[in-house]
Write a protein that binds this ligand. Structure first.
Ligand code: G3P
Ligand code: CA
Length: 325
């Protein structure tokens, strides 16, 4: 082989090695290919505006740290913050006079003393009470009385904490957002499905207006089981990140997200297989999974590179996820 031919072959080999190195996807400690930002679609895709989250699996305090404090209150949010959760999740509904406030259920019965305060107002639906009436209620004592996650019995809620929970108020969304911003934190705002109530017509626009007014778009992910709300949220502010909540596996999550212009798929843990997480993420979307309270499933989802895990036990998830840069 003459000298020029050898140079030519060497150059071709070098080019091949360089090309292979550029395309290689680094493996994670679990041996799975890492989801690379370069995998995200460009151009007109919804991923032009990434969700305000970071690269590893995020620890999301579900309704605050609700195993240790009354759900959807600022004391539960504070607990999640102290534990070191990356963000918290809250549920928002509307009072009779149109104030967005934090509550999960359709009625005030389970998480407040409404039956004692307004005994004649059955069925105690959220939308039948004004904000002034809701502010008269105690949203903390039920937690101490029922110990829903047996964490008081386990000695993980001190007597002083239990005492401090008595008389806790439901926060308005404005108060919850201000708390989040003031603590340099982030939040997933789940808009409850208010179809069939007067709040249905305005809840999305009110929530988005508040987030925008408080300059919190970068700190918030909006989600809902009512997917038409996600479309309305985008219409109200196209820069806000949205996530489609699903109870059962969607046949084509990527098509669903594209249709909605959403950034994330938020399935129930039983509605997604680990290998599907990577497929959706490589298409440029985030996958946040709910609600996971056992360590084995947490480890499986972290290995599968879930974007985030909603848990009632952020204290359990905390040591399993690495620090967010
Ligand atoms: O957003 C995740 C989870 O909160 C959805 O279900 O019923 O707990 O609001 P739920
Ligand atoms: Ca929720």
């Amino acid at each position: 082989m003459n000298y020029s031919l050898r140079i030519l072959i060497s150059l071709a080999l070098l080019a091949l090695v360089l090309a292979a190195a550029t395309c290689a996807v680094p493996a994670t400690p679990t041996g799975q290919p890492a989801v690379q930002p370069a995998d995200r679609p460009t151009g007109q895709s919804p991923q032009e505006k990434p969700t305000p989250m970071c690269a590893r699996t995020l620890n999301i305090a579900h309704r605050g740290a609700r195993s240790l404090a009354p759900e959807n209150t600022l004391v539960a949010a504070r607990k999640g913050l102290e534990i070191g959760a990356d963000l918290w999740e809250l549920d928002v509904a509307m009072s009779a006079d149109g104030v967005p406030f934090l509550i999960h259920d359709d009625t005030l019965v389970r998480t407040s003393n409404i039956k004692a305060v307004f005994p004649d107002r059955s069925p105690w639906s959220n939308h039948l009470f004004t904000w002034a009436e809701i502010q008269q209620l105690d949203f903390g004592s039920w937690f101490v009385a029922t110990d829903p996650f047996k964490q008081i019995a386990a000695g993980n809620v001190s007597p002083a904490e239990q005492e401090s929970y008595r008389g806790v108020k439901a926060p308005s969304l404005r108060e919850a957002l201000a708390f989040t911003r003031d603590h340099d934190w982030r939040v997933n705002v789940e808009i409850k499905n208010l179809a069939g109530t007067p709040g249905d017509a305005t809840v999305v626009e009110k929530v988005v207006a508040l987030i925008t007014e408080l300059d919190m778009v970068e700190r918030v992910l909006i989600s809902s089981f009512n997917h038409s709300y996600l479309v309305r949220a985008k219409q109200a502010n196209p820069t806000i990140a949205t996530a489609a909540l699903v109870e059962r596996a969607d046949l084509d999550p990527i098509a669903l997200l594209k249709r909605l212009g959403a950034q994330a798929y938020n399935p129930r843990a039983s509605a997604i297989e680990a290998d599907e997480i990577g497929r959706i993420r490589r298409a440029g979307f985030d996958v946040y999974i709910w609600t996971v309270n056992d360590e084995a499933t947490m480890r499986k989802l972290i290995a599968g590179q879930a974007s985030g895990i909603f848990t009632d036990f952020p204290q359990l998830l905390k040591p399993l996820v690495a620090a967010c840069p």
